[in-house]
Design a protein around this ligand. Structure first.
Ligand code: ASP
Length: 340
């Protein structure tokens, strides 16, 4: 009799768990937007980028498929891209004007509106894990520099020598940027006085991001970057700023941005899109396109974003020549793309 009760209880418990899941999930990722032209890409390079994106999708997909959370999926996808030296995050990050790497990352949980971020870290192998630790294990949201590094080390994040992040490609980009504008090392825009991207044609922003809707109906977003080539050291972009480069709210959407960070901060990009949905009842696509295609270029900025809403609708808007991007859905539909 007791056994029967136990079986019935276990069955009821299991079905209650199943009832809470929709079975539907979506994962969308980006590997940065910028001057990404097919004419400047070799088939071999294109294959590597697509494989890198696919690896990140596979890592996140496995988690979502097994009933894991959107938070875990975005973190896992970002870690793969941070470890891939092709992308400007983790290994392969761009150099500051001092010739060093300073990394920024953030993560946000749409269910609780909890968030964590790190800025200007130089020795944390996977800055996204440090951002997650700030969210989960501290009472803070954003930690920077030495304090963030010590906190990451104390909370189990892998610490590396700063030289770990070095790649010859990024170093050459940095030298090119210096050469190109050696008199104006900070690439100031003459009208805005703001940091400007080097006009190096092969330049890409390369930041990485991931957004997901899980089978429990929860949203999460994460972003990680080395920032912008030749940025002034100590400069922080939009990627670790909650509401600018990253935002997630179960009531609206999850967003990760890439592009010229100063403009994304000034436009409070991600939160503004969420607000447009919440208060003006705009669709995700309309809200995102309005900000990326109109408001951003009107100020003189450029870039793109990925976003998913609570229904699983997603968008990958950008006003640049290309954006490394991809998605995978619970029905198996999946794609990686690079150009317009
Ligand atoms: N948004 C980043 C920053 O300004 C750069 C990027 O997206 O590649 O730091």
């Amino acid at each position: 009799m007791r056994k029967l009760f136990f079986i019935l209880f276990a069955f009821a418990f299991a079905t209650s768990l199943i009832a809470q899941t929709t079975g539907k999930y979506v994962l969308v990722i980006h590997g940065g937007a910028g001057t990404i032209l097919k004419s400047q890409m070799t088939p071999a390079k294109e294959k590597l980028y697509k494989q890198g994106l696919q690896n990140a999708l596979d890592a996140g997909n496995k988690i979502l498929k097994d009933g894991g959370t959107a938070l875990d999926a975005v973190e896992a996808a970002i870690k793969i891209l941070e470890d891939d030296s092709l992308f400007n995050a983790g290994k392969g990050a761009v150099f500051t004007n001092e010739g060093k790497n300073e990394l920024d990352a953030s993560i946000m949980d749409g269910k609780t509106l909890k968030a964590g971020a790190v800025a200007g870290v130089t020795n944390v192998k996977n800055p996204i894990t440090a951002a997650r630790a700030v969210m989960d294990k501290s009472e803070h949201v954003l930690m920077a520099g030495k304090g963030a590094e010590l906190f990451a080390a104390a909370n189990g994040c892998t610490i590396v020598e700063p030289s770990y992040f070095f790649t010859t490609q990024r170093w050459n980009d940095f030298l090119d940027a210096k050469k190109e504008d050696s008199l104006k090392a900070l690439h100031k825009d003459s009208t805005t006085g703001l940091l400007k991207q080097p006009s190096n044609h092969d330049y890409k922003y390369g930041t990485v991001g991931a957004v997901a809707l899980d089978t429990y109906g929860n949203l999460a977003a994460a972003t990680s970057t080395g920032g912008m080539t030749d940025k002034r050291y100590g400069r922080i972009g939009d990627s670790p700023i909650i509401g600018a480069g990253t935002y997630a709210d179960n009531n609206t959407c999850a967003i990760s941005c890439t592009g010229w960070g100063e403009f994304f901060i000034r436009l409070v990009m991600a939160k503004t899109i969420s607000d447009k949905m919440e208060f003006a009842h705009e669709s995700l696509k309309n809200a995102a396109d309005d900000m990326i295609m109109k408001k951003l270029p009107a100020l003189g900025g450029d870039g793109g974003l990925i976003a998913v809403d609570k229904e699983g609708n997603f968008t990958m808007s950008f006003d640049t020549d290309g954006m490394y991007r991809g998605y995978i859905k619970s029905n198996g539909e999946s794609k990686v793309e690079i150009y317009k």
